[in-house]
Design a protein around this ligand. Sequence first.
Ligand code: BYC
Length: 469
Amino acid sequence: MTIDYTTKIPNNVNLANDRTLQRALEHWQPRFLDWWREMGPNAFSSADVYLRTATGVDAQGWATYGEVKMPDYRWGIFLAEPVPERTIGFGDNFGQPAWQQVPGELRSQFRRIIVTQGDTEPASVEQQHLLGLTCPSLYDLRNLFQVNVEEGRHLWAMVYLLHAYFGRDGREEAEELLARHSGDADKPRILGTFNEPISDWLSFFMFTYFTDRDGKFQLKSLAESGLDPLARTCRFMLTEEAHHMFVGETGIGRIVKRTLEVMKELGSDDPESVRRQGAIDLPTIQRYMNFWFTSSLDLFGSEVSSNAATSFANGVKGRPDEGQYQDHLCKEAVYELETPQGRESVSLRNAMNEVLRNAYIKDCEIGVKRWNMQISRAGFDFQLKLPSPRFRRAIGAWANSPTDPQGKVISLEEFGSKLPGWIPSESDRVFVTSLMQRVVEPGKMAGWIAPPDRGINNLPVDYEYVKLN
Ligand code: BYC
């Protein structure tokens, strides 16, 4: 299946054969571009950015790289190749042919989930709107823009589904996706984390590590969906998503590396001394981690959720890599949960959000282990640690139960007085912000971050990844 680049909207869904749909999407396109110009990285509209663009949907060789001005990026609609005779892999419809159209009775469930997924994509671009102005290097600036244009493309992916399968309701939802804005008092984005400001690069790397990883797990479970066009859309989005998490993991790793260099030079791990040398002390990195990890945990919803049970039962949303399980119906199975009230047994279907959250936590541990290896190799005994999933939760069973980062229940008073020491304080933010000075000489890095091990697409690190013009 090749991608047709000759039309206004590049696609591999044969848009030219469906004039009504094509016209509807062409009507939405200028609104998207207006939104991009207003809410996207608009200070860099005239810059030439070394970006990858999808040109196929095979696992190998799906992208080409070249210089693009961001407003001219070819955002398009790309679905992974269909799996012949695919059947539904879980829930009450297990084994039946996957749907090529939305079953009438599942319309509102599918719409709700597609809208929620779609809402996060432009939200992240809005959150990162001004970050380019304080980039630590041209390499990082290019990665930020790569992430931004691909989140824009993921919005296109969801808007295509809304237009193609939900008629007038879908078109209205597509408009709303551009009308809600991150952090807006009247019309905020749907999910909490996507209304948090990302105004420094430490937050950006935490977001791409922790929040984009929620994206990975949500997309993996939607890639199992009984609705075949949704599954195929998400499968291709996952190909792009991997780079976003790479940016987060290597970004934090490079910050840790630079901090360790400074600690070695000083022969000290004293946070104040490290800060005086212009690096970010490890306890500050831990506090930023505490903030973004806990906020991202909330994105999985409540531990016990009838929405999740219905979604699973109906074949709307499965578990990541559903094939790894023996039991795809989960009708009788139970799940043991720790709640503030004690241990509870619930139906596994009701605990699907928790199944996903646990898989996510395991995946989060991998990077933390790597950063800790860097620290212990440098001869320091500090260890970064993911806080307990009970800590600082705003959604679910632990929402109103204050705990310390180890998950021990404490009084509301103690929580209130100690929280500023567990997540970034005002003075942490002032310090981190003070480091955010723009560096745009090819190959040069800001003093708080080490250079990457290698450049993009086999180019050297000192390649001019963004020509600022
Ligand atoms: N903040 O039964 P409940 C990504 C709402 S990230 C605010 O507990 P359910 C990306 C919930 O919506 C992946 N509200 O949970 C990353 C519901 O409201 P309604 C995004 C929240 O429904 C970086 C109510 O609470 N994709 O792609 O089982 C950059 C009760 O819900 C929150 C998806 O999320 C929250 N944190 O599950 C760019 C996949 N959590 O409907 C992109 C699609 C819950 O009663 N979404 N609520 O008004 C879903 O599958 C589900 O909607 C959720 C919630 C997993 C989010």
